[in-house]
Write a protein that binds this ligand. Structure first.
Ligand code: F6P
Length: 406
């Protein structure tokens, strides 16, 4: 017989189009378990637990289905950095009280590497303070930068959006036979996985021309050399850059336009690299230039999700609850994949402490020697993750997503 008690689930960090699929998986398995009584959702991640701001989740089967393709954080998110347990004891005690008062024995935290740090700290503190809970981290991030897991829930849908939209941009740009430089900026912070998804377009069209990733230092003069080579044989060039491209001195390119603000974890709020690069191109080449920053669109496109991603994200949520029900704790669920002869995913787990605050980047050998395009190995890795379509339920011509007033 397993531990009896209530469960809590929370979402944290940057959103993805699949984060609610994991929530749906957690809810479905938790609500169906004889060991778990109520399923609480914490509003705005750990902040909801600190402030005892919870909702009891009671979803119908139809709502669970709609939740799977709903983007944004159904329960709300936060970027709250937990203090050190000694100096911030009062914060941890509030968490302890919320969990004790609501008889919570199961804790599920859906997030990226910062969130795994939060889950790890909470689970350790509670264990040391006599309130045994079973704590399981569920990965998510469009950045795909968590170690150990083959990929992260949410990455495949964002990558599908990138590959699709970059194809569509190419067809538009190609309609004009004029000197033209289009610069597309993609999220991913210090890892280029999502930007690299633009290379999949090359399997169908002669685009993009250049792709710059944070893994290789960005040199403005070399960029103009690369661009000149492209423009020798075509007037319109498409360049894709990561928001996190950096100079060889280790400074974000976006920062050259002025200071960037930071979030609570000390991460710089990126964005603006494409506009800055476009202004350099306009000044030097004087041709038509357009900067396109995908920004939030790439992580909230519920109308263009990868079925593989949504189904896997749902499955990992369910597997996380099953793991806790079997007594496992202090772990993050992971994907373990084979790509040959056919793509196959199984779910495993690792210690939370092995992933907290660690960033995984693209191996250098998956980027060409010029540092301006990913290799075929990178495409082979990403391609299976963007397969399949699931369409959200629509009403009056637009998606009818599930929304919780917070
Ligand atoms: O961590 C996920 C992510 O989407 C990054 O790709 C991006 O740099 C960051 O979040 C943006 O965060 P926010 O939406 O808080 O500005």
């Amino acid at each position: 017989m397993g531990v009896k008690g209530n469960a809590i689930v929370a979402q944290s960090g940057g959103m993805t189009a699949a984060i609610n699929a994991t929530l749906a998986g957690v809810y479905e398995t938790a609500a169906g378990s004889a060991d778990i009584g109520k399923v609480f959702g914490a509003l705005h991640g750990i902040e909801g637990i600190i402030n005892n701001n919870l909702v009891e989740m009671n979803l119908t089967a139809d709502e669970v289905e709609r939740l799977k393709t709903t983007p944004g954080g159904y329960l709300g998110s936060c970027r709250y950095k937990l203090p050190d347990p000694v100096s911030g004891k009062d914060v941890y005690d509030k968490i302890l009280n919320t969990l004790k008062d609501n008889d919570i024995r199961y804790f599920f935290y859906i997030g990226g590497n910062d969130s795994m740090d939060t889950a790890n700290k909470v689970s350790t503190y509670l264990r040391e303070h006599g309130h045994e809970i079973l704590a399981v981290g569920l990965p998510k991030t469009i950045d795909n930068d968590l170690p150990i897991t083959d990929h992260t829930p949410g990455f495949g849908s964002a990558a599908k959006y990138i590959a699709t939209t970059c194809s569509e941009i190419y067809l538009d740009v190609k309609s004009f036979d004029i000197p033209y430089v289009t610069i597309v900026e993609i999220m991913g912070r210090n890892a280029g996985w999502l930007t690299a998804a633009a290379a999949l377009v090359r399997e169908r069209y002669d685009s993009p021309d250049l792709i710059y990733l944070p893994e290789v230092p960005f040199d403005l003069e070399q960029f103009f050399v690369d661009l000149a080579k492209v423009r020798e044989h075509k007037p319109a060039a498409i360049v894709v850059i990561s928001e996190g491209i950096m100079t060889k001195e280790g400074q974000y390119f976006a920062e050259l336009a002025g200071d960037l603000t930071s979030d609570n974890f000390g991460h710089k709020n990126l964005g603006g690299s494409a506009s800055l690069l476009a202004s350099h191109v306009k000044e030097r080449l004087g041709c038509k230039v357009r900067a396109i920053e995908f920004s939030l669109l790439q992580r909230c496109a519920g109308h263009l999700v990868s079925a593989t991603d949504i189904n896997e994200s749902f499955a990992i949520g369910k597997a996380g609850v099953s793991a806790a029900l079997s007594g496992k704790s202090g772990i993050m669920m992971t994907y373990q994949c084979e790509r040959e002869p056919v793509y196959k995913m199984t779910i495993g787990h690792c210690a939370l402490s092995d992933v907290a605050n660690i960033e995984r980047k693209i191996p250098r050998e998956w980027i060409n020697k010029e540092g301006n395009f990913p290799t075929k190995e990178c495409n082979d890795y990403i391609r299976p993750l963007i397969q399949g379509e699931i369409h959200p339920v629509t009403k009056n011509g637009v998606p009818d997503y599930l929304y919780l007033e917070k």
